[in-house]
Design a protein around this ligand. Structure first.
Ligand code: AVJ
Length: 352
């Protein structure tokens, strides 16, 4: 599919992407415990399915975060201050960002970063039309890799990364640490990070969010196999893999798997992969945080916690972290007196 547009100036980039995709798939399926990187969920079909997920009754994170943004955007914008350069990781359609942009004073610019070029440019254009005074500089890149920022005309007073959607939850604790450390470097002195994170709560609430009655999450999960078929010419019999999502209390995370319904062989390019009945492909982790866990992570990455906003149920939180000037600077304020959230295995009864 990708090779049908060789005239495109991006052809080499696309080919490199396809090679990377194939290499990642082959590596993941060759591992003793088969796995696939969750970033590959988001092709056009997958992105549309995720949009549907955000509207499901069971899937609370998106609407909870949006409500926090709506309620506190003015205060957040005040903390970010005038002339801030806003950088967004995994911008998608920038719905939550608009809440912030509505209140920011004289922003120096907005740099949405996303791997999906089409989506990025169309939503950047729409945003530019809605906010004519805002300089929008979309950056098509993988924010987990070192980034060069585009130039903006206005001089920025500070750089702030907006990282909503609990996407950080998809990273292992080690990878989250590395990403936030690099982010502190990107923002530099006086810079900040506005981070949206899904919190630990009654595992039944979490599990329901990833096992919706309409099966949209199951379709989203299986789409990764359909995508491998489409783009790498593989022959997955998609229906022969069952969607499974469960809360792993030890790790404090939701795990999504695709479980082989029978013994089967799948070909990806020239490579064969054998599945036993019941064997799983681990497709996603979605880590849920505690306040203490977040505070620890922030400190370890060179950030001080300035402010925390949460919804009334404590399901989701948005934290504003600023880059510390020195090791000791700002480690405690904001956290003094904060009680740790109950551990994951202490189920708090909540009615759905
Ligand atoms: C967008 C990565 C935060 O982990 O909840 C939704 C993705 N996976 N349902 C999440 C997702 C299954 C979502 N994130």
């Amino acid at each position: 599919m990708i090779d049908t547009i060789p005239q495109s100036p991006f052809a080499d980039v696309f080919k490199a992407d396809a090679r990377q995709f194939r290499a990642d798939v082959v590596r993941g399926l060759s591992a003793p415990k088969k796995e696939l990187p969750c970033k590959y969920f988001y092709d056009e079909v997958g992105s549309a399915l995720f949009e549907q997920i955000t509207e499901l009754d069971e899937y609370y994170p998106t609407r909870t975060e949006l409500a926090i943004m709506e309620r506190h955007a003015a205060e957040m914008a005040g903390l970010l201050g005038p002339r801030c350069l806003l950088i967004e990781y995994g911008s998608g359609s920038s719905v939550k960002t608009r809440r912030l942009l509505d209140h920011l004073r004289d922003p120096a610019g907005y740099v949405p970063i996303d791997v999906s070029a089409d989506y990025l440019h169309s939503s950047a254009q729409a945003l530019g039309e809605e906010y004519p005074d805002l300089e929008v500089q979309p950056l098509c890149a993988d924010f987990t890799r070192p980034l060069g920022l585009p130039m903006c005309r206005k001089r920025a007073a500070r750089r702030v990364v907006y990282f909503p959607g609990s996407t950080l939850g998809n990273f292992t604790p080690e990878a989250a640490l590395a990403l936030l450390r690099r982010t502190a470097g990107l923002c530099g002195r006086g810079g900040g990070l506005l981070l949206g994170i899904d919190m630990r709560k009654d595992p039944r609430v979490i599990e329901a969010a990833y096992n919706d009655r309409r099966g949209v999450t199951a379709a989203f999960n299986r789409n990764i196999l359909a995508r491998i078929n489409r783009e790498l010419g593989a022959d997955f019999d998609v229906e022969q893999f069952a969607h499974r999502a469960f809360y792993n209390a030890d790790q404090g995370r939701i795990e999504m798997h695709l479980v082989s319904r029978r013994e089967q062989v799948v070909r990806v390019g020239g490579v064969q992969f054998f599945f036993t009945k019941g064997e799983s492909i681990h497709t996603e982790n979605s880590h849920k945080y505690t306040f203490l866990g977040l505070a620890d992570l922030a400190v370890a990455c060179g950030f001080a916690t300035e402010r925390v906003w949460e919804d009334e149920r404590g399901y989701f939180c948005v934290v504003y972290l600023t880059v510390r000037r020195s090791r000791k600077d700002g480690v405690l304020p904001g956290w003094a007196g904060r009680r740790a959230f109950p551990p994951a295995h202490e189920a708090i009864p909540v009615t759905l």
